[in-house]
Every structure is written in C-alpha cells, then in structure tokens.
Design a protein around this ligand. Structure first.
Ligand SMILES: Cc1cc2nc3c(=O)[nH]c(=O)nc-3n(C[C@H](O)[C@H](O)[C@H](O)COP(=O)(O)O)c2cc1C
Length: 199
C-alpha cells in the first residue's frame, strides 16, 4: 500500500505540514509505511502548457503520463500512479490552494483518468483564516464526482485567532491534531479492508 503526499505550503512545519505529520502517524499504525512526500515549493515544476501530448493516442503507454515537459514532476507522476492514498495539503491564499500546489495539480492532468485517479482514497488538508468552502467544493467536484470508486476526506483548520488577531499554530490545538491522527488510523484500516475485498 502506497501513499503520496503533495505539500502546497511554502512554510515548512506550518499548519498544513503539521496536520500531514499527525495524519501520517495515524496511518502508520496500520502498517502503511511506503510514503512519498513532495514539497511543491522546493521543486522545479513548470506550468502545464496544455499541449495535449498526454492525450495523443500514439504516445499512450510510453510512460504512465506521456508528459513531454522534463522537470521535477516526473517522480510525482510515478508515485501518484502507484499510490492507493493521496494527500493534498495546502493553506488558502486568495481563497484557493497555493500556486505551487495548483501547478502540480494542473500537470496531473496527464494522469486524469480512472486508471490513475480511480480507486484511490484522497485526503485534502486545508488550513486557512476563514474561507475554505470554494476549495472543498472544487475537490468534491473534480475528484469525487469524476473518478470511479474514490473516497474523499477533508481536514480543515482555521488558524485565525480572534483575540491575538494573528495566526494560531495548529500545535496549540490538540483536538485538530487528534482529528488528523484519527483520520490517518481510519483511512489506514479502511484501506486494508478495500484491498482485501478486491482480491
Ligand atoms: C500572504 C497570505 C495570504 C493569505 N490569504 C488567505 C486567504 O485568502 N484566505 C484565508 O482564509 N486565509 C488566508 N491566509 C491564511 C493562511 O491560509 C493560514 O495562515 C494557514 O493556516 C497557513 O497554513 P500553513 O502554515 O500550512 O502555510 C493567508 C496567509 C498569508 C500569509
């Protein structure tokens, strides 16, 4: 069982990274240990050029993705294609995911079929000050209603502290850390059941 984590925040060990950490701790209790993490802010990834190479029939089967752009996206394609569990983690900026994560997601267009997106469990971790609804709706529409046999879970943490009028790190919020940990445990347990059923 394999997991791929796509980190969207440029802030290492910030709120979304920390929630990923607790989610993965929970996941590991089920023996799921093959986990690949990618920090989009550290990678050299070009925006999708919408060239359509990934959809050209003559290129199909050359690689899982057929993308002709040569950059750091390629290890992500390989890890994503094999993963049973996919984690997207991002803060909200201007009401949406970070540009870094959106660039990765745009390039995942090259794998956008039931073969690579279907039958997976997706976990979306969103940290924000207030508005997250648009992004949750996006993931529901783009993943849950497009691909076969997928499961989508979300963790939302609003880090705006009214009193100090500042960001409140999620490490001060045990309830949220526990929620992430428990979701990891549940997703791990359910993944074993899903895989057993398929056999
Ligand atoms: C430059 C900047 C812009 C932001 N824009 C928004 C926004 O549009 N909406 C929102 O709800 N939160 C916004 N936030 C708050 C972050 O999403 C929030 O601090 C989040 O917890 C950061 O997560 P991280 O620690 O994983 O980076 C913004 C924060 C910064 C620093």
């Amino acid at each position: 069982m394999k997991t791929v984590v796509l980190h969207g925040s440029p802030r290492k060990d910030g709120n979304s990274d920390t929630l990923v950490k607790y989610f993965l701790q929970g996941l590991r209790t089920s023996g799921i240990s093959e986990i690949k993490e990618f920090y989009s802010n550290d990678l050299d990834i070009s925006p999708c050029q919408m060239c359509g190479s990934c959809n050209k029939p003559e290129r199909i089967e050359l690689t899982p993705h057929n993308c002709i752009i040569s950059d750091d996206m390629h290890p992500i394609y390989a890890a994503f294609a094999e993963a049973n569990i996919v984690v997207f983690a991002t803060p909200i900026i201007w009401g949406y995911m970070t540009a870094q994560l959106k660039t990765v997601l745009d390039r995942l267009e090259a794998l956008a079929s039931d073969r690579y997106f279907g039958h997976k469990t997706f976990v979306v971790i969103i940290t924000c000050w207030h508005h997250h609804e648009t992004l949750v709706a996006f993931f529901k529409r783009a993943i849950e209603s497009y691909f076969k046999d997928v499961q989508l879970h979300t963790i939302i943490y609003c880090s705006w502290d009214q009193n100090s009028r500042n960001d409140r790190h999620v490490l001060t919020c045990n309830e949220k850390l526990q929620e992430a940990y428990e979701l990891g445990r549940t997703v791990g347990k359910n993944m074993h059941i899903r895989i057993r059923k398929k056999r």
